[in-house]
Design a binder for this molecule. Structure first.
Ligand code: 6PG
Length: 263
């Protein structure tokens, strides 16, 4: 695998999950405005899970929300539960409820992962391949050895209790993928078992990776991932951005961090 430059993790701890969501929404707005000022457009990769959804809900309520030109933001997904369109458990459905319908996005720039009743039916490998092609068509890395995906401005990730990120679970075939940017995931330990996920090389193409974890049930995983050096065992340890890797935690999730990483 070509190893692009990767930023070491920086840790930000908020007093509780509500303030974490509000502060992260404000930071995201600032980062998107800066990206649009520098490059015209901006791109974000969304995550499923409670912390990702809490951030989207805070973003919908954020006072500075309209400072972003939402019609020039591309939205992608880091993973998806492979279910029919509109299923309440799909990350896309949850993002719509929390945020997508609240701002004037350009529908052509919203890129949900395929559903299990879409053009590829229940063929999750074909659905993953189609999403890889969509990313490649939007890539700004043509002709280089880098993965064929856009240079995402911010890629958001939740953290699983087993240190999974997106649908990359420890020791699972998907976390070993070094060539493809998107894969179908079978027999995931977190339901539903069939999923689509960006791979580690695709996650690492992002300028900024922000990992979100709140609650004491995440404390062990955050500590293990920040100590971890082998992404096959602790996938979150392999999720790094090229310019910035931010671990955004509340006090409860930060409770077991080694003092060497917190200070
Ligand atoms: C999903 C995910 C997954 C999630 C983590 C954390 O679709 O299930 O994208 O990686 O982000 O499991 O989820 P919580 O924030 O709900 O704990």
């Amino acid at each position: 695998m070509t190893a692009p430059e990767q930023a070491p993790p920086r840790i930000v701890v908020h007093p509780d999950k509500e303030r974490m969501a509000r502060a992260t929404a404000a930071s995201l707005i600032t980062t998107l405005v800066e990206a649009q000022t520098a490059r015209g457009g901006a791109s974000v990769v969304l995550t499923g899970g409670r912390n990702g959804n809490a951030l989207l809900a805070a973003l919908a309520q954020a006072p500075g929300r309209d400072g972003v030109d939402w019609s020039r933001v591309d939205l992608w997904w880091g993973d998806e539960r492979f279910l029919p369109d509109g299923d309440p458990d799909r990350n896309h459905t949850q993002a719509r409820a929390a945020f997508l319908d609240a701002v004037p996005l350009d529908p052509a720039r919203v890129h949900p992962m395929p559903a299990s009743d879409g053009p590829h039916g229940d063929d999750v490998a074909a659905a993953a391949e189609a999403y890889a092609a969509e990313l490649a068509a939007a890539a700004d890395t043509e002709g280089t050895a880098a993965p064929r995906v856009p240079s995402f401005d911010v890629l958001l990730l939740g953290l699983g209790p087993d240190t999974h990120v997106a649908s990359l679970f420890p020791e699972h075939p998907a976390v070993r993928e070094e060539e493809r940017t998107v894969v179908g995931v079978l027999e995931a330990p977190k339901p539903p078992p069939t999923r689509i996920s960006l791979t580690l090389p695709a996650l690492r193409a992002a300028r900024e990776v922000w990992l979100l974890a709140a609650g004491e049930d995440k404390a062990e995983a955050a500590a293990a991932a920040l100590r971890g050096t082998d992404p096959l065992r602790t996938p979150a340890s392999g999720a790094r951005g090229r310019a910035r890797t931010l671990w955004i935690l509340d006090e409860a999730a930060a409770a077991r961090l080694p003092s060497s990483v917190r200070d």
